[in-house]
Design a protein around this ligand. Structure first.
Ligand SMILES: Cc1ncc(COP(=O)(O)O)c(C=O)c1O
Length: 392
């Protein structure tokens, strides 16, 4: 079966954060939204059927994941990511950010240092701050086209700040790196040497472009698995963010116990029944759909690359190895952060994520969400080109 990702599904007036909340978020009406990370693409038919069956039943009582759920998880990670994991070491939460916050509280005390690699997904900073912990930054190295890890700085920051917790973004949002096994091994060696626990946020793991392979952090070795929590969710892959389900794998039994205790303390026990239905159906039946989607998104990235090359050479696409959130360098336009924001909104009529919100190294960049039908992306690029022409 060949899926059609070109169909435009109208999202205006559907209670969508991306489309319907401009005013609340301080943006003018009428912008083309290419910001927050959900897709303008419908979830696979099998997921819609599972949800329709539940809706038809009309009873939405408390639920628990069943054997088929765990079997679907196990198969997904074994077949798609070459990771043989005991699915019963997973804990279900209402989201990955919810799990990050819970883990931060379990594993550190007030005022402790938590290490992150900026520019990075802004909820990392928010989660650390909101829980009264201190952010320590190991800034990624940028050579003008690709990002790399400064390992010496990584280790120095751990030692100098007595870091006991590191949040890894893998694949990395927003710089689009799919970390190589060797890079992950170096990170894990340093972390084990200094007894640093790793939260591996792998929510973008299914969006990996040709010639790249996602390596699950816990798959590096048994020892590494004992030192990390792997945060996964079907929400990015299958466009299910509003159904609030994530699967957090914690091999270390003691840390898993403490994590569950903290969930209890927050009053959370059962996951959303629709989220569980959707996750089970997605991981059971969604493989071929994801393969075709990734190919389609790769086509969108090619369109963006070619459009910048031929029509807007002032802008530079940082070639994404993974994620549907390409990171674009606007620095040749020589605009300050507020000027760039005004340029995007007032001239290009786009709603993007400004690079500065991702922390150190983010100013002068914008993050695009290209998980949209190609016609929508074309429209965004046309608007951007017209804006660039106005100021060049
Ligand atoms: C790296 C990363 N982690 C977590 C999330 C959000 O996860 P959730 O909605 O499950 O909290 C996102 C969403 O964009 C993300 O990019």
């Amino acid at each position: 079966m060949t899926y059609n990702f070109d169909t435009i599904i109208p999202r205006k007036n559907t209670d969508s954060l991306k489309y319907d909340c401009a005013k609340k978020r301080g943006k003018p009406e009428g912008l083309l939204p290419m910001w927050v990370a959900d897709m303008d693409i419908q979830t696979p038919p099998e997921v819609r059927e599972a949800l329709a069956a539940r809706a038809a039943h009309g009873i939405f009582g408390y639920s628990e994941p069943d054997e088929n759920y765990f079997e679907a998880l196990e198969n997904w990670f074994a077949t798609r990511h070459n990771w043989q994991v005991d699915p019963y070491t997973s804990v279900q939460t209402p989201g990955v950010v919810f799990a990050l916050c819970t883990l931060i509280r379990c594993l550190t005390r007030s005022g402790d240092a938590v290490l992150i690699q900026e520019p990075v997904y802004y909820c990392f900073q928010e989660s650390i701050r909101a829980n009264g912990r201190r952010i320590v930054v190991n800034e990624l190295l940028f050579d003008g086209s690709r990002y790399a890890i400064d390992f010496a700085d990584f280790e120095r920051k751990i030692v100098e700040n007595g870091v006991k917790l590191f949040i890894l973004c893998s694949p990395h949002n927003p710089v689009g790196r799919v970390w190589k096994r060797e890079e992950l091994e170096k990170l894990s060696d340093i972390c084990i040497r200094h007894n640093v626990f790793v939260i591996a946020d792998e929510i973008h793991e299914d969006f990996v472009y040709p010639d790249n392979t996602h390596t699950v952090f816990a798959s590096l070795s048994h020892e590494v698995a004992e030192h990390c929590a792997v945060c996964t969710a079907p929400s990015k892959t299958f466009n299910l963010a509003g159904l609030h389900v994530a699967n957090i794998f914690i091999a270390n039994a003691e840390i898993r116990r403490v994590f569950k205790k903290e969930l209890d303390a927050q009053g959370f026990s059962q996951a959303n029944i629709m989220g569980l239905d959707a996750c089970r159906a997605a991981y059971r039946y969604g493989g071929e759909w994801v393969d075709q989607l990734v190919e389609y998104l790769s086509g969108n990235i090619s369109l963006m690359r070619e459009t910048f090359r031929t029509r807007m050479p002032q802008l530079k696409l940082i070639e994404p190895e993974g994620t549907y959130l390409p990171w674009v360098d606007f620095s040749k336009l020589s605009l300050s952060v507020p000027e760039l924001e005004r340029f995007v909104v007032d001239r290009a009529k786009l709603w993007l994520d400004g690079g500065h919100i991702f922390g150190a190294g983010g100013a002068g960049f914008q993050r695009f969400n290209i998980a949209v039908p190609r016609a929508t992306l074309r429209q965004a690029l046309d608007q951007l080109e017209a804006a660039v022409r106005q100021i060049s």
